[in-house]
Design a protein around this ligand. Structure first.
Ligand code: ATP
Length: 226
């Protein structure tokens, strides 16, 4: 019965949402999602690959290829699921409408936690309607080699949000539906999709930086000039 389901503890467990281009998916992404799932006690991490991202003129792999790589990479993890909504839409991919849709889908019972790396958080002010993000979800910011989050060095509007919203304990994310910012450390992996694309282009080895099935797919489909 839907009424009972809405009241069960599982339905109030926070839901993770992890957006990105994933061009290609790599172990930096996978560890972020895995560690977030455990440390933040998320019921699920929903991977939301972008359609045509507003911040990037072109992507190297097609939408279908990025989806295929994600399916291969997240297969077998019961905490992970794929949300294709942004890739199916012809509208530019923005996080606020995606979160609005998920909020409508899950109702007012379920905390939503937007997962992102420090580099993405530092650029938050360039996101469409960025201040509305806090009305819809918590932000959980994962550490990333090469980027540091120093409140003193953030631009004033972002610094103000950060100071007012930062929490230290993951449990806080289950207490309210949205509005907190939590920074959480993850295993440091200096892997980036940009560097991987350059490696493929140069004919180098990307082995052990991303899952073998994804590597095999890239080779078989001659993506990134591999
Ligand atoms: P690119 O180099 O093309 O910008 P990327 O490797 O940063 O790609 P994205 O798909 O842009 O990958 O990233 C999706 C999300 O994953 C972002 O929030 C980003 O901060 C985070 N992320 C990516 N790689 C890492 C990593 N190695 N450690 C921590 N977070 C990461």
């Amino acid at each position: 019965m839907p009424e009972l389901a809405a009241q069960s503890p599982a339905s109030t467990q926070p839901l993770g949402i992890f957006g990105g281009a994933f061009d290609p998916l790599h172990y930096g992404h996978l560890r972020l999602a895995e560690e977030a799932c455990k440390v933040l006690r998320l019921s699920e991490v929903r991977w939301v690959p972008s359609g045509q991202p507003p911040h990037r003129a072109t992507l190297s792999a097609t939408v279908e290829q990025r989806l295929a790589m994600l399916r291969l990479g997240i297969a077998g993890n019961p905490c992970f699921s794929l949300d294709e909504s942004e890739t199916l839409s012809t509208a530019p991919s923005y996080s606020v409408p995606t979160l609005e849709r998920l909020r409508a889908q899950f109702g007012a019972q379920r905390p939503l936690v937007l997962l992102l790396g420090v580099d993405a958080f530092l650029g938050l002010r360039s996101w469409h309607r960025w201040q509305e993000l806090f009305e819809l979800a918590h932000l959980a910011v994962a550490t990333r080699p090469g980027f540091s989050l120093d409140a003193e060095r953030l631009e004033p509007p972002l610094a103000a949000e950060f100071r007012g919203r930062q929490v230290q304990a993951a449990e806080k994310l289950a207490e309210t539906l949205a509005g907190c910012i939590l920074v959480f450390p993850i295993t440091a992996l200096a892997i980036s999709a940009t560097a991987l694309r350059a490696t493929f282009k140069a004919g180098g080895s990307a082995r052990y930086l991303l899952p073998d099935p994804v590597l095999d797919y890239i080779a078989a489909h001659h993506i990134y000039n591999s």
